[in-house]
Unconditional design. Structure first.
Length: 163
């Protein structure tokens, strides 16, 4: 049984219920609850989403609408590290496409895929608000701007050697 198939641990369920209790309406804790699940499992499986929906007194479809709206919530498995390459107009003008091609070539994957060793996932993302330093990307939760191929190569090496 994978962790995605297992029920939420009692401690996590209690934490989610605690978040819900702090809100005027329990569904107000939806994003925070999903972030907790993702922090624990790396992504939000359908089973876990259904459990959280039950805890918050909402339908799984409503919660899935919230989960899929936010690009930092992952509804499918991702690698240990996630590279989110901004695909805004500013980044595109400043060379995002050649960078994406270089990144994908270096990793042997396409956008939306994960390396065979489950180390790195590459995802396109909407504007990350770092336009003055385009092209930009998020690597896990770290913002990088003025990205070039040397920067990408360095980051790939670091990520491959970081647990």
């Amino acid at each position: 049984m994978s962790t995605a198939d297992a029920s939420l641990p009692a401690r996590l369920r209690a934490e989610i219920l605690g978040l819900a209790a702090q809100e005027p309406h329990p569904r107000g804790a939806a994003v925070a609850a999903l972030r907790l699940v993702q922090a624990r499992f790396g992504w939000v499986s359908t089973g876990h989403l259904c459990e959280v929906a039950g805890l918050l007194g909402m339908s799984a479809d409503d919660l899935d609408g919230i989960a899929t709206y936010f690009n930092l919530l992952f509804r499918r498995p991702v690698g240990r590290h996630v590279i989110m390459l901004c695909d805004s107009v500013s980044c595109w003008i400043m060379g995002r496409e050649p960078l994406c091609a270089h990144l994908c070539r270096a990793l042997g994957i396409q956008p939306g895929e994960t390396t065979a060793d489950n180390t790195i996932t590459v995802l396109p993302t909407v504007c990350i608000g770092h336009c003055d330093h385009a092209p930009a990307m998020l690597v896990d939760s770290t913002l990088h701007g003025d990205v070039d191929t040397a920067c990408l190569d360095h980051l790939i090496d670091m990520l491959r050697n970081t647990p």
